[in-house]
Ligand binder design. Structure first.
Ligand code: AMP
Ligand code: MG
Length: 507
């Protein structure tokens, strides 16, 4: 008699079906004006560039037994996961101060959401998956270079401990995209706590649709801050939450020298995650006026302006929820204004907390903020490398013998000596021994950041089909606080001929 096998090797089809079965569709269940149902447009030759297995595990995605070809088919959108209903989300936004009532996902498609290892719902979205009703004159596609940049920088941001959307996959499409010329196309799979932006609220508020705004606010509360649901004024509590999260986020950026580049309201996530890594970059030499974005001519989103830009965006967000906060608009405005006015103090507190850690201070003293500013001033005068200076300070915490590296960054001898004396005298009032300060500082002052010239080198190589530099950079950046002597060169600032002065949206 023939034995019927109870479990043979599962077919790829069956595995893909099971993967699709893990997806929910919470945003797609909102009223029709929230999003449009759109399938991805298939691409010629999807080829897997990178798949983030650690993140897949965190998302409890069962991708075992799916080979590169199957993953490339799924994460290019060529194979729509059975059971998913991809949608393009509607949103509006202030772009460089100008309100645009309709933007929306012009090239991104939300596949749905999954419940991760921590029980949290996370959105999974394809970026560059083809045209949607929100594409306007765009082609719905993404370019290899910016896809690799977003992969590297968003993952590096996460490894640095700063809230950011994540990169699950990068797939080359095998198709050319036309920008300034012919460039290779690619698709990024982005993971976010949600893709609700300040601009999503603005979309409904601008249409006077209070009910839709309320539905969106309820969605945001449920997804990001369920505790607000039971607060006396849930929508005011949501606003306060968004203010706090942005204060923490921008302080995190400032403490690693990150410049977002396009802080338009459509690029500010309600979750407090860093989103939309367009012309962003980390500073090498410290200069608070640094701007990288080729489209930011007036420096609206320069490094030093980021807290003010965030607060401006938060005020735009607050305006959208006024009718939900109180039926009396006067009272609603008073409450919202108070919530927004908390931002500077909250930002300063997060920033100072971060600076204390960078300086190795466990305790708090009045003069700490001035001490931090003093170092930044010396760094600015010296055009010192932001990341290397702070890392050099870790060795200096162990005693004068560790100052050598610091003096390589900072050459204004007298000013540096004065600052070091002030810092040492401050450290001497800490209860812990010097070695503890140094060890602690090495956990918060990274060795490796995604330096722009390294990203450019990885992109240029990838355009010639050599992904080794991308892989190596990605590996180094996954452990930014570890010395990794074999990769020491990645800690170096660019040589004059390697310097990248502008980054392009390149979208
Ligand atoms: P971004 O600059 O990526 O934040 O995008 C701003 C707006 O332009 C969003 O509505 C995008 O969906 C849209 N967009 C950007 N690039 C494209 C493209 N290639 N095709 C269609 N829409 C796009
Ligand atoms: Mg955007």
């Amino acid at each position: 008699m023939l034995e019927t096998p109870l479990s043979g090797p599962e077919s790829i089809d069956a595995r893909v079906r099971r993967l699709g079965g893990a997806f929910g569709n919470s945003y797609g269940l909102l009223p029709p004006q929230f999003a449009t149902r759109v399938d991805p447009t298939a691409v010629a030759q999807p080829r897997l560039i990178k798949f983030n297995r650690a993140l897949a595990a965190e998302l409890l995605l069962d991708v075992e037994g799916l080979d590169d070809a199957a993953l490339a088919a799924v994460f290019s959108g060529n194979r729509v996961l059975p059971g998913t209903q991809p949608i393009a989300m509607a949103y509006a936004g202030h772009q460089f101060g100008q309100f645009v009532p309709q933007l929306g996902d012009g090239r991104a498609l939300l596949l749905g959401d999954v419940r991760d290892r921590f029980g949290k719902r996370r959105d999974i979205q394809l970026k560059g998956a083809g045209r949607t009703p929100y594409s306007r004159s765009g082609d719905g596609r993404a370019v290899l270079g910016p896809v690799l940049r977003e992969y590297l920088v968003s993952e590096a941001m996460h490894a640095l401990g700063i809230s950011a959307t994540r990169a699950l996959a990068a797939v080359a499409t095998g198709e050319a995209v036309f920008r300034e010329g012919r460039v290779p196309g690619a698709i990024l799979t982005r993971v976010a706590a949600s893709h609700v932006r300040v601009g999503t609220f603005q979309y409904f508020a601008a249409r006077g649709d209070v009910e839709a705004t309320r539905r969106l606010a309820d969605f945001a509360i449920e997804r990001h801050h369920p505790e607000a649901g039971t607060a006396a004024n849930p929508y005011l509590e949501l606003l306060r939450f968004v203010v706090r999260r942005q204060a923490r986020l921008i302080a995190g950026w400032m403490n690693v020298g990150f410049i977002h580049g396009v802080m338009n309201t459509d690029n500010m996530a309600i979750s407090g995650e860093t989103i939309d890594f367009g012309p962003c970059a980390f500073m090498d030499a410290y200069d608070p006026a640094t701007v990288f974005s080729s489209i930011d001519h007036r420096g609206r989103y320069a490094y030093v302006n980021q807290p003010a830009a965030a607060q401006w965006n938060l005020a735009r967000f607050a305006e959208t929820v006024l009718p939900l906060i109180d039926t009396s608009s006067e009272h609603a405005i008073a409450l919202a204004t108070e919530a927004i006015s908390e931002f500077p103090a909250e930002f300063d507190a997060y920033r100072l907390d971060g600076m204390r850690r960078k300086l190795g201070l466990f305790t708090e003293e009045e003069g700490d903020a001035a001490l931090g500013r003093g170092l930044l001033d010396v760094m600015h005068e010296n055009r010192a490398d932001f990341t290397r200076t702070f890392r050099a300070l870790c060795a200096a915490a162990e005693g004068d013998a560790g100052d050598t590296a610091l003096y390589e960054s900072l050459t204004g001898q007298a000013a540096v000596r004065d600052w070091l004396a002030a810092w040492r005298s401050r450290l001497s009032r800490e209860p812990q021994p010097a070695s503890e300060h140094a060890a602690f500082m090495r956990l918060v002052n990274p060795v490796f950041i995604p330096r722009n010239h390294r990203i450019e080198q990885a992109i240029v190589a990838a355009e010639r089909d050599d992904f080794a530099p991308f892989e190596e950079l990605s590996l180094v950046l996954s452990r930014p606080y570890e010395a990794q002597p074999d990769f020491a060169a990645y800690a170096n600032p660019p040589q004059p001929d390697e310097r990248v002065l502008q980054t392009f949206c390149g979208t």
